[in-house]
Design a protein around this ligand. Structure first.
Ligand SMILES: [Zn+2]
Ligand SMILES: [Zn+2]
Length: 361
């Protein structure tokens, strides 16, 4: 058991407080990672705001990188001192989804109320998203981490844990985009910019970014978008289709806004598909006309965490980063200390930020 500092959510919608909390050591199959960096994701903010409910008090944070500082029994291929990316993808390895090679859909539940965290006086403290990385250290299952070379900067590496794999994977794994196809990416935020660079890596012909902000459309172009369309214009799919000369083979919805979901099929070519990535609040409903999609072979498909297999996908992304073909440093808009986490969250909420990263050392 060690005492560490963590940013704790005691009440939805209230600022996080920096508390001393207890973290037990790694048990069978688990490792302890001393974190160097954790990024703030919009999912953390939705949880903090109460959008998805859940147990309190809780420690959020799930895009992290650091150094293995303790290893439980039965851990294979990882030892103290290794640099790792820590993800929230806790896959049991045994259920039918895991056996089929879809670990992001693992059906074995994880009970974060009985995880490695406790409050300073021994009370319940929820390890959110099987991670709890707004903290100096985490204890996670060995399958949640991927070893990386020690010289990869940890702030860049942390982004690989969620935003990057979600966006790039939506294009490569979920849409299975082929070279020469056309893509529309709705939302040019943290995930959207990665869907754009995924489309560039896949060899897309036209990559149309759609966003409410002119400034974000400009940033999108530096990540590989060939065209930008303001979401605020009337029937924005017309401008997108004009840029492509046709409809899109894939539309990646990276925002949780219902109008974005309702409009997404309008951008499609016959036979195209909408990849659903952005997460609206629970209970939000979208309206669309199934007949229009059935008649021309269109579809909608959810993609969780880019349908990644982290042990397969994170190493190639790290290599692409090393070669300068996957942008990570350019995604970071600010670096903060754990004590500044509420300011960093406010900055992310303001919409101007790409990714804000908490640095621990
Ligand atoms: Zn995330
Ligand atoms: Zn499983």
């Amino acid at each position: 058991m060690s005492t560490i500092k963590a940013a704790v959510c005691h009440e939805f919608g209230a600022p996080l407080t920096i508390d001393d909390v207890q973290l037990r050591g790694p048990e069978m199959g688990e490792i302890e990672v001393t974190l160097d960096a954790v990024a703030i994701c919009h999912s953390d903010i939705t949880f903090i705001d109460g959008g998805w409910g859940g147990s309190l008090p809780a420690v959020y944070g799930h895009e992290a990188a650091g150094i293995v500082s303790n290893v439980g029994t039965g851990v294979v291929g990882l030892s103290e001192g290794d640099s790792v990316v820590v993800t929230l993808i806790r896959a049991c390895g045994n259920c039918s989804s895991c056996a089929e090679g879809a670990p992001t859909l693992c059906s074995t539940p994880y009970d974060g109320d009985h995880g490695p965290l406790k409050t300073a006086d021994g009370g319940k403290l929820h390890q959110a998203m099987a991670c709890g990385a707004f903290a100096e250290k985490v204890v996670v299952d060995q399958r949640q981490v991927v070893k990386i070379a020690p010289d990869i900067p940890k702030d860049a590496a942390a982004l690989l844990a969620c935003g990057v794999i979600t966006g790039v994977g939506a294009v490569i794994n979920a849409a299975e985009l082929r070279a020469g196809q056309d893509v529309v990416v709705i939302g040019a935020g943290g995930v959207g910019l990665n869907a754009i660079q995924g489309a560039r890596i896949a060899g897309a012909r036209r990559i149309v970014a759609v966003d409410m902000s002119e400034e974000k459309l400009e940033i999108a172009k530096s990540f590989g978008a060939t065209d930008g369309v303001l979401a605020t214009v009337e029937k924005p799919w017309r401008a997108a289709k004009a840029a492509m000369g046709r409809g899109a083979d894939a539309v990646i919805v990276t925002v949780g806004a219902i109008p974005a979901y309702e409009q997404a099929p309008q951008y499609l070519a016959y036979g195209g598909q909408v990849i659903m990535v952005g997460m609206p609040h629970s209970g939000a409903k979208a309206v669309y006309e199934p007949v229009n999609m059935a008649a021309v072979g269109q579809g909608m498909k959810g993609s969780k965490m880019g349908d990644v297999v982290i042990q397969r996908d994170i190493p190639w992304m790290v290599d692409m980063y090393g070669q300068g073909r996957l942008k990570l440093d350019e995604l970071i808009s600010g670096r903060w200390t754990l004590d500044q986490i509420n300011e960093a969250i406010a900055d992310t909420k303001s919409g101007s930020a790409k990714r804000n990263v908490i640095m621990f050392s």
